[in-house]
Write a protein that binds this ligand. Structure first.
Ligand code: CP3
Length: 345
């Protein structure tokens, strides 16, 4: 059993597990060298290359988990959506009307083997190469976060096109989330079957709507997704970003692990939910500071946060300009903690 699995089952661990969101990408010199030769789509659509990138971080750091190299937008071509990356996702034809939503296929019509088959293929390669002490994680985008890119057409501050669509076409918006939920559930299950031990649901843009609208239009679909994964026995890491107003609501959703960004006090969450595994959550920008500052803040964080049921991570992905020295300082500080297998909290 690896440390992530032990933490999920509440077993005593000698130290807290650690992985970092976006550990497989732009901060690594080897990744940047590959990007000289290949585009992001070429890298992510070739299972051999994607497996190589998934494993690249281990040349530098003995993290406790590998995160599959893919993108939250990877399954969307299965809906007939054409996209490119520049560097973020860019849609040829954003979804802007009820007719656009109606034209998307019904989830029941989707063959799981046609949903980003390169991702499961990547995971089968990685699962064969990863030592048993490391966990393989898969991921999906949450329905709202996927809808944000689909409607806006690309990344944008606060996604105004998405928010306007919710006001003007609330029923079509709900239909869109229903279809994305069906797609995402099938895609997550195929990753689980290919060897991913847990699936992180990235709700990177969870906080775009006011709480009442989120409850009415978004929550039912997210709940359906989590329930369907739970019924299939898929361990769920639910991550929300930039949505402090929704943290209490997310605490009530079914998941094995809740991950939050750095705006939320993880120690307070722990006090509210002693039973739930928590993931996170130092500020990624801390790692732009000199290594001794990184070390000091990380030590203080570990001292405040009880170790039991805690998966250490940042509160969002590594920033592209993060120096490897700072990642080392963070990594070494977390790894030098010794819990002696005792449940100290
Ligand atoms: O550790 C890893 O790098 C794992 C692979 C991974 C990628 N995207 C590869 C990628 C993961 C887990 C993602 C998730 C993802 N993609 C999210 C959720 C996490 C988050 O950051 O909130 C989101 C919102 C996206 C959408 C996306 N894809 C954006 C906004 C961008 C451009 C800017 C950026 O953050 O990189 C991408 C492109 C992308 N996905 C790259 C990588 C390595 C950059 C492509 C390049 O190198 O040019």
């Amino acid at each position: 059993m690896n440390l992530i699995q032990a933490t999920l089952s509440g077993d005593p661990v000698p130290r807290r597990p650690l992985w970092i969101m976006r550990q497989a990408g732009r901060v690594l010199p080897e990744y940047r060298a590959l990007k000289e030769k290949y585009s992001f789509l070429e890298l992510s659509r070739d299972p051999e290359l994607a497996a190589e990138v998934t494993l690249l971080p281990f040349r530098h750091f003995d993290f406790d988990a590998a995160i599959t190299f893919a993108d939250i937008m990877s399954p969307l071509p299965a809906l007939g959506v054409q996209l490119d990356f520049s560097p973020g996702p860019v849609l040829e034809k954003p979804i802007r009307s009820a007719a656009d939503v109606a034209a998307l296929p019904e989830p029941e019509e989707l063959d799981p083997e046609q949903i980003a088959p390169e991702v499961a293929a990547t995971q089968r390669i990685v699962a064969g190469e990863l030592p048993a002490h490391r966990a393989l994680l898969g991921f999906v985008g949450a329905p709202l976060t996927l809808a944000a890119y689909l409607i806006q057409g690309q990344g944008a501050r606060d996604f105004p096109a998405l928010r306007a669509f919710v006001y003007s076409e609330p029923e079509a918006f709900s239909e869109l989330l229903r279809k994305l939920t069906g797609l995402t559930a099938k895609y997550a299950k195929s990753q689980f079957e290919a060897g991913a031990e847990a699936i992180q649901v990235f709700d990177s843009w969870a906080g775009l709507l006011e709480v009442a609208d989120w409850r009415r239009h978004v929550r039912p679909h997210l709940l359906n997704l989590l329930d369907e994964l739970g019924e299939a026995g898929v361990p769920r890491i639910l991550f929300l970003h930039s949505a402090p107003q929704l943290v209490p609501s997310f605490l009530e959703l079914p998941c094995e692990v809740l991950g939050v960004d750095w705006r939320t006090d993880l120690v307070e969450l722990r006090a509210q939910r002693p039973d739930l595994c928590l993931q996170g959550n130092l500020d990624p920008a801390l790692l732009l500071a000199p290594p001794d500052v990184v070390r000091r803040h990380t030590e203080a964080f570990l001292q405040r946060m009880p170790p039991r049921g805690h998966i250490v991570n940042l509160g969002h992905g590594l920033l592209p300009q993060t120096p490897l020295d700072s990642i080392h300082a963070f990594f070494e500080t977390v790894r030098s903690e010794q819990l002696d297998g005792v449940r100290t909290a």
